[in-house]
Write a protein that binds this ligand. Structure first.
Ligand code: ZN
Length: 56
């Protein structure tokens, strides 16, 4: 997996990263600082969701 850093969480979940590699998945979502306005997922980095919105 070479494009791990550029992909959004939304794309990772479509490929079932949370099933195949839970550890990497957790690293992407913890600690959550943003959530996606498109799909409602939360992520540690804004660039990991498709429509980032800061959690305040
Ligand atoms: Zn999304």
């Amino acid at each position: 997996m070479s494009d791990n850093n550029s992909k959004t969480l939304c794309a990772h979940v479509e490929e079932e990263l949370q099933v195949k590699d839970p550890k990497s998945y957790l690293a992407l979502i913890q600690p959550a600082t943003h959530y996606c306005q498109g799909c409602g997922r939360s992520a540690a980095k804004a660039e990991n969701v498709c429509k980032p919105k800061k959690i305040s």
